[in-house]
Design a protein around this ligand. Structure first.
Ligand SMILES: O=C1O[C@H](COP(=O)(O)O)[C@@H](O)[C@H](O)[C@H]1O
Length: 321
């Protein structure tokens, strides 16, 4: 595991320009009728299964997961009959992007969240991916982390280690856990310094548009309250627009102390997958993808990457669309 100790990163790094807050084009409202057949483009009911080859329908890997899908102003929406189908397609999507970026620039920077996402990545550690993926190019980060020891049951690092990282040959020096010896503020600063070092050494790209780091892929879960990372509804941190990594000491979901990427970093990504399962999350999915105009959107509705956004929903999470 790579250390993000401040002692290691003792060289000062150049300050990157902060976001020039570019105006964004208005997003088209989503309507379920936008769900359309991938070939005929005729509208589909949500329960329709196309038997597509996977999230992208192309790429190096083949899969038979069934989904209905739509292109809309807020990204591509994939609705699966079951979480199991979803996990099959998520593995292909992730492996295809890893393959693409590894071929293009010799590395693949992927950001994990904690929570239920890790279970949904289980097919990646099974054949064919476990043997066919070039794991040596992977660099693994966390979009948020709880400020607890790495062997604590609340640790997002431990969750990923147990359910994913321990099962694949990713090099320990390319797994960037937080420094769990530091308090929340220090851990956030230390992780940001770690990212700056990796930008300087060209492991992580930079967005030409925003100056923030541009990760190849973020795999994000969503809480039942609509939070993403550790950015919670109504919390001032959702408006942070200068820092790359910040901290929270009063998280409404325990444990209270966490560090988190900020929205400018999340939204500078080349690819984001929002992975959402269960009826308990149908409300925030509807709030983000439905037609209602909300002046105060939930954090999940603020996810808007520079690159591509794909929603991986099971049919329960999509039940209010
Ligand atoms: O606390 C957290 O919650 C969210 C959502 O978790 P889920 O179990 O409802 O999927 C997660 O994405 C985040 O990383 C984690 O720290």
């Amino acid at each position: 595991m790579a250390s993000c100790s401040p002692l290691y990163f003792s060289t000062p790094f150049p300050t990157l320009p902060s976001s020039p807050s570019l105006p964004k084009l208005p997003r088209l409202p989503f309507h379920p009728s936008l769900l359309s057949h991938p070939f005929t483009h005729k509208p589909l009911p949500l329960a329709f299964s196309t038997g597509i080859r996977g999230a992208s329908g192309s790429g190096r890997f083949f899969c038979r997961a069934k989904a209905s899908m739509a292109e809309k102003g807020k990204g591509k929406v994939e609705v699966f009959d079951s979480e199991d189908d979803l996990s099959v397609s998520l593995a292909k999507y992730t492996a295809d992007l890893a393959d693409k970026f590894s071929k293009e620039r010799g590395s693949f920077t992927v950001v994990l969240s904690g929570g239920s996402l890790i279970k949904s990545l289980r097919k990646l550690v099974e054949p064919p991916y476990v043997d066919a993926v070039d794991w040596s190019t992977w660099h693994v980060f966390w979009v948020d982390e709880r400020v607890v020891p790495k062997d604590h049951d609340d640790s997002n690092y431990k969750l990923a280690l147990d359910g994913f990282l321990s099962k694949v040959p990713i090099l320990p020096g390319k797994v960037y856990a937080i420094n769990d010896a530091l308090p929340a503020e220090g851990a956030a600063d230390d992780y940001e310094t770690c990212l700056k070092h990796l930008v300087k050494s060209n492991v992580i790209s930079v967005s030409a548009a925003t100056g923030f780091p541009k990760f190849d892929l973020m795999l994000l879960g969503v809480g039942p309250d609509g939070h993403v990372a550790s950015l919670f509804p109504g919390h001032p941190l959702v408006k942070e627009n200068e820092k790359w990594v910040t901290f929270i000491k009063n998280s409404p979901k325990p444990p209270p102390e966490r560090i988190t990427f900020t929205f400018p970093v999340i939204n500078s990504s080349a690819n984001i997958a929002l992975v959402v399962c269960g009826a308990g999350k149908a409300g925030p999915v509807h709030a983000a993808l439905g037609n209602d105009q909300n002046s105060d959107p939930l954090p999940v509705g603020m996810v808007s990457p520079e690159g591509e956004l794909v929603w991986f929903l099971d049919k329960d999470a999509a039940s209010k669309l």
